[in-house]
Write a protein of this length. Structure first.
Lengths: 166, 211
């Protein structure tokens, strides 16, 4: 089992190298170091990191709001990243088809960090671990806003609008 | 140039991991050492179950869980095993489903009965219809575990959080947080850590009660 996961990871890596177009539709596996790089990026981008999963109804319900904000703010330094909490074993079965079906504008990745207790507090000490959850961050401006729970389009848009003006 | 940016990134990482390390915080931490909220809830067999039923136990493992949530499903077999191991040692499992079945029909009372039968639950599976007990415990997700100790007839919360450190793969678990906490209690010591976290499905609150 472990071996087959490794092999599928290997083939995925090969696919990434040789067939960029196919791979572009597939969410990348990321680690906490990647989240940290966004969290601490020394640039003028406002990162909107949304933690979700394909099976989570309230998560899936709010995703279009995030994607809409991403589309509307094209050209502005706002980057929405959907960070999937789906299990590694569900990658092909659930996540890939979901991504293909939804055709979201925003980047989608799978956070491959199964030891939740090691990193939840690094996202926010106020996060209980329930999803959906969202971290809006721009390190260079000292912006770091965490929200556990759902957003409506209006609350999300107004928060991002006010943060981007800081 | 590349080297400089690598060094820079390393420094950033170090700051990130150092800066965000905080002591246990939040509502879970507030509950530890306090008296556990009492409950009297309907079991899948139709009978009422309350903490008073456990007066002769050393404690209880109260787990907010449900049918639909993949994290809960991943833990079903492990919860059955926990009850099998710890009931005899004085720490029986009491499972509570706090979810509004309007969000997921799979979480209805009828489905709870079916799921318990299918998975061979050896413990009560209670429905928190008003969601008042989940709120009293400040539970936010499923599964969300509370280890209670019977201190002379009064149940005290000693540990809150996850069952272990790997929901996805029982074989890859390296820390059995809950079992370790029970071992500490049995030895007359305080669990350490007394609080852990896990990604879980947010409890599906009823619309009228939503904030």
């Amino acid at each position: 089992m472990q071996l087959s996961i490794r092999w599928s990871g290997f083939f995925f890596a090969v696919a990434l190298v040789c067939c960029g177009r196919v791979a572009a539709q597939k969410p990348a596996f990321i680690h906490m170091s990647d989240v940290a790089a966004w969290d601490l990026a020394d640039n003028d981008t406002l990162y909107v990191l949304n933690f979700w999963a394909t099976w989570c109804k309230p998560c899936v319900a709010e995703m279009p709001y995030f994607d809409q904000v991403q589309k509307e703010m094209e050209g502005q330094k706002v980057k929405v990243i959907f960070i999937s909490m789906d299990f590694r074993s569900d990658y092909e079965k659930r996540l890939v088809p979901f991504v293909a079906k939804k055709k979201f504008h925003s980047q989608i990745v799978l956070l491959d960090e199964p030891k939740y207790n090691d990193w939840i507090d690094k996202v926010s000490t106020t996060w209980s671990g329930a999803i959906p959850a969202t971290l809006i961050v721009q390190h260079s401006k000292g912006i770091r806003a965490f929200h556990e729970g759902e957003y409506t389009y209006e609350t999300l848009k107004s928060q991002i609008d006010s943060l981007i003006q800081r | 140039m590349k080297k400089v940016s690598t060094v820079f990134l390393t420094v950033l990482m170090a700051l990130f991991f150092a800066g965000n390390y905080a002591v246990a915080q939040g509502v879970d931490a507030d509950l530890i050492g306090k008296e556990a909220p009492a409950f009297n809830l309907k079991n899948i067999d139709g009978k009422m179950v309350s903490l008073d039923n456990y007066k002769s136990s050393k404690g209880a493992i109260v787990i907010f869980t449900c049918n639909h949530c993949p994290y809960s499903k991943m833990y079903e077999d492990r919860i059955v095993a926990l009850d099998g191991k710890f009931k005899a040692q004085g720490y029986p499992v009491v499972a509570i489903n706090p979810n509004d079945p309007a969000t997921y029909a799979e979480d209805s009372f009828d489905q709870m009965k079916k799921r318990a039968k299918k998975k061979g639950f050896t413990f009560p599976y209670l429905v928190d219809e008003t969601q008042g007990i989940a709120k009293a415990y400040a539970a936010t997700r499923t599964p969300h575990v509370y280890l209670l100790e019977n201190a002379g007839g009064k149940f005290v919360v000693r540990y809150v959080g996850a069952i272990d450190d790997n929901a996805q793969d029982a074989k890859a678990v390296s820390s059995k947080f809950l079992e370790d906490a029970i071992a500490k209690l049995s030895a007359g010591q305080a669990p350490d850590p007394s609080q852990t976290k896990a990604v879980g499905c947010g409890i599906k609150w009823k619309a009228a009660a939503a904030n």
